[in-house]
Design a protein around this ligand. Sequence first.
Ligand code: PLP
Length: 385
Amino acid sequence: MAESFKNLETKLIHAGEPEPRVGGAVSMPIFQSANFEFAGETSYHEIKYIRLNNTPNHAVLHKKLAAAENAEAALVTGSGMAAITTSLLSVLSAGDHLLIQDTLYGGTHDFITKDLPTFGIEYDFIDADDPDSWKKKLRASTKAIYVETMTNPLMQVADLRAVVDFARINLLVSFIDNTFASPVNFRPAEWGFDISLHSCTKYLNGHSDIVAGAAIGGAELIEKVTHKLNRLGGTLDPHACFLLHRGIKTLSLRVKYQNKSAFDIARFMEKHPAVATVNYPGLESHPRHLRARELFDGFSGMLSFELKGGLPAAGRFIERASLSIHAPSLGGVETLVTRPATTSHSGMLPEDRRRLGITDGLIRVSVGIEATEDIIGDFEQALRG
Ligand code: PLP
């Protein structure tokens, strides 16, 4: 299917759709059936059953997501964390060692630091911006390297090409969490990553109404992850598959608008006298702006900033901003503001957050699809006084 359609926008609509259409339905119906008639399947994983991730609602999403990232295969999961944990556990087992970027989504950081050691899996943090330092952390037991396309919440852009090269030379499996970029801005398989992970809860679904995940990559690896997921049980249910399918169709329209809007908002914030720093890879002031321009088709709808007045000013800003919603998560059609220290990264030790640059006053914005000038107008009044 991936070869049949050239452009992402067309793939998002047509890739993976059943032929002929089910009963002529233009929109893929929901197959709300846990089990299906036995049809002579010869392997356990082929038996049609929701937990085995192979209903028609799963199959269409798998083909569409693989096509969207120009990869061989994809698997949808019950949440982003189900995709991350199941993929890591498919590749790593007791005695193995993992290299991970030091600034990661809090949930991933927690799983790696709190749960992996209980399975006998060791890890070391790496500064993903300093490839020369990685060799020192490499062990004979190192099996994989894990990074994010744009880090949550600081919007750092690691040396992603070096990550792929390092993984190839040292025979490591390369993982990348591509949630923040979405396939519109970055397609990891095109750059040589082995497994791209998504919280589909965010941009891919885009409407803040389901929790879902995906692992996308080579057919062999994704089959391994699928078998692990079939055993662990982190399945996406067919109704959520349907909603994700519907959301994906408008992904490109939404994300391109959000890219542009976030860029304009970041520029406005950067010039405002009350603002101390803005983290957005599209700004020339971003330390890795040139790298981001080479790697990405757009800089995402995410940004974070700090106010000169620190935590008290951040509290006042969030209270006064009335168009944006004070809520965690991201990637939906509505603009959200949050302090990561109290939400996405609250599971981390305060000293770890401080060391990584995630201050208590840092505000993260997920830009929605409202009129840009309305968001800027709201932020302007929230910054006053
Ligand atoms: N990856 C990133 C970058 C995230 O921001 C999140 C959630 O905020 C996740 C993964 C986990 O996704 P989920 O909440 O769908 O399990």
